[in-house]
Each structure stands twice: as structure tokens, then as C-alpha cells.
Design a protein around this ligand. Structure first.
Ligand code: HEC
Length: 164
């Protein structure tokens, strides 16, 4: 990466100039070392449709969802969604949502942001989305801050795979 090399060189130069109070001022906002410069804390738009990385760093595969617990956790969703096929409320029916293309429940009026997201609702993508929906689809009209608890997200997904 060019920027990494440039910053690394600049940091090396400023190290040479250590002790000189004016030296290295051009690197003052790049952090103390190459490790930080390599991963700038800049949020640049939503993750790609096939990017399933979470903010909390938890891997979906490391968890086992409990559908019964998920049914209770789904109470948070139930003000806007049901799992009965064809029953759209404030949000679309979530019957069969796992594995389906985003924006494809018939009869529901989606935002373009949701409809054109290019997302397939794999379990991993749902896991990422439910953590903070507005990060994954910035212009969604789903007014829900998210579920920071990774286990609860896995539970809800287990429930959505086989709602009852
Ligand atoms: C305040 C209402 C509200 C709540 C609460 C809510 N949603 Fe939504 N949800 C929506 C709306 C509205 C949309 C459609 C978004 C759009 O078109 O931009 C949506 C979209 C979705 C989608 C995408 C559906 C598709 O077909 O692409 C999923 C998945 C989803 N919600 C899951 C959930 C889950 C799971 C919960 C609970 C953890 C939840 N939502 C809580 C209103 C809500």
C-alpha cells in the first residue's frame, strides 16, 4: 500500500528527528506508529454486500443460536415484523427471510437503500445487520438501534430459520 509506505517513511524520518521539537509535524495526526497508520479509524460507507465483519469482532460461526431464546428476543422486532407469510406491518414479513434476497418480500414498499442493497440475507449477514442496521444499510427506514449482544443476535437468527 503506497500510503502505508509513505507514512512508514515519514515516521522513520520523524524518529530520526526525535528531540527536535519542530520535527515530524507533518505526521502529527497519523498516530504514534505504522501499526496505527495501517488501519486508519475512518468509516468509509457501508460494508460491501458480501462483507460480514461485525463491529464487535464476534464471528457468527463461534456461536450457537438458541431458537427458544430467540423467540423471546424477537419481541423487540415484533412491533414492526411478524413471521407469518404475507403479513407486512411497519416492516416486511420475515417469513423465510434467511437466505433470501434483500427487498424481495412482495407487497412491501422498501426504501431504495434496502431494495438495492445487493444483500442476500445469509445468517452471517443478518448477524452483522442486526448489530447496527444503519451501518449496514445507512438509509434504511428500519428505526432500530441494533442488538449489541452477539448471542441474542444468533438466537434471533436461529428463531427466524424456523419460526413457530
Ligand atoms: C420500528 C420498526 C422496526 C423494528 C423494531 C425492527 N424492524 Fe426490521 N425493518 C423495519 C422496516 C420498516 C424495514 C424495511 C426497511 C427499508 O425498506 O428501508 C425493515 C427491514 C428489515 C429486514 C430486511 C428485510 C428485507 O426483506 O430485505 C430485516 C432482515 C429486518 N428488518 C429484521 C429485523 C429484526 C430481526 C428485528 C428485531 C431485532 C427488526 N427488524 C426490528 C422495521 C423494523
Amino acid at each position: 500500500m503506497l500510503s502505508f509506505k509513505t507514512v512508514t517513511a515519514a515516521v522513520a524520518l520523524s524518529a530520526l528527528a526525535a528531540g527536535c521539537s519542530g520535527g515530524g509535524s507533518e505526521t502529527s495526526d497519523t498516530g504514534p506508529g505504522p501499526a496505527e497508520a495501517a488501519s486508519p479509524p475512518v468509516e468509509s460507507g457501508p460494508p460491501a454486500a458480501d462483507d460480514v465483519a461485525t463491529l464487535d469482532g464476534v464471528a457468527y460461526a463461534s456461536l450457537t443460536g438458541d431458537a427458544a431464546a430467540g423467540k423471546s428476543a424477537f419481541m423487540q422486532c415484533r412491533t414492526c415484523h411478524v413471521t407469518d407469510p404475507g403479513m407486512n406491518r411497519t416492516g416486511p414479513s420475515l417469513a423465510g427471510i434467511v437466505g433470501h434476497k434483500a427487498g424481495s418480500v412482495s407487497g412491501f414498499r422498501y426504501t431504495e437503500a434496502n431494495a438495492n442493497s445487493g444483500i442476500i440475507w445469509t445468517e452471517e449477514k443478518l448477524f452483522q445487520f442486526l448489530e447496527k442496521p444503519q451501518r449496514v444499510i445507512p438509509k434504511t427506514k428500519m428505526i432500530f438501534a441494533g442488538m449489541p449482544d452477539a448471542q441474542k443476535r444468533a438466537d434471533v437468527i436461529a428463531y427466524l430459520k424456523n419460526p413457530n
